[in-house]
Design a protein around this ligand. Sequence first.
Ligand code: FAD
Ligand code: FES
Length: 271
Amino acid sequence: MTCGAHRPAVEKATVAANDRMARGVGVVTLKAPATAAAIAPGQFVHLRIAEGADFILRRPFSVYRAHGGHLEILYQVVGVGTRALSEAAPGTAMDLIGPLGRGWWVPEGAAHALLVAGGLGVAPMGMLVECLAQRGVAVTLAHGAPTSERLLARELFEANCRRVELATDDGSAGACGFVTALSEEIIAADRPDVIYACGPEPMQRTVAAQATAAGVPCQVSLERLMACGIGACLSCVVSTRDGRKRACVDGPVFDAADVLWEPSEDPEVRA
Ligand SMILES: Cc1cc2nc3c(=O)[nH]c(=O)nc-3n(C[C@H](O)[C@H](O)[C@H](O)COP(=O)(O)OP(=O)(O)OC[C@H]3O[C@@H](n4cnc5c(N)ncnc54)[C@H](O)[C@@H]3O)c2cc1C
Ligand code: FES
């Protein structure tokens, strides 16, 4: 699968629906036909949510699903922008730049994929799981969250995965504990052909180490502050074995084996 073949463009979008999923978490559906037709799994859009000084900088969001001229975005309210997004009623106009970045890729011959998601880490995985299922790749999802209420989008994943394993910090669903305990067991027992991880960076780093130890290729989707979203401002750098990369154009999905997780590993930081 090749990702990011389409050039980004500005598109006027309209809120078609905006539904609460859990406390502080929702899914907004935007009518944006050009971007919906062009976007690949793991890419993102840069959204101008409203007018005014708080919105001079766009906010980056992964696309959870794209279908019928619409984009679905899962969001968590963390500040002024995501609060405004949660309050946007159907009919509200916004504009976005997309598709942006480099998304997930499917290695040649992969027959079994393990997806590891922490909390809202499922946000860039809806399109991915649909794409893998269409290609006949068997998918196992390991999904962790603080509580069962935060295990989002379970129906889509149950419909497209061969196996779904859950973990919650409070034990309210699935195993009690971190999702990385599940991923460790699944990698050892099943040895997937490829691993995709998204969630808090310490979680992704642990999954990357598990993948390296097992010799399984692993992709991670990294979150950085993004001012421009188009490669111009360097606010989003990621240290890699191949030098510093911009998450907005060279990522947000990276080969986990290329990522230098510790600043001390980066010769440009040490210098
Ligand atoms: C590639 C990518 C994909 C993302 N996908 C999603 C998603 O699908 N769902 C979701 O809920 N969140 C996602 N995020 C995080 C989301 O962009 C931030 O939570 C959001 O920008 C915060 O805006 P705010 O105004 O509510 O927060 P505030 O903290 O008030 O924002 C203040 C400023 O900081 C910037 N900012 C703050 N936090 C982040 C952050 N984590 N990343 C980038 N910029 C930030 C904002 O652009 C804004 O200019 C993604 C981030 C990246 C980089
Ligand atoms: S956000 Fe400006 S270079 Fe990446």
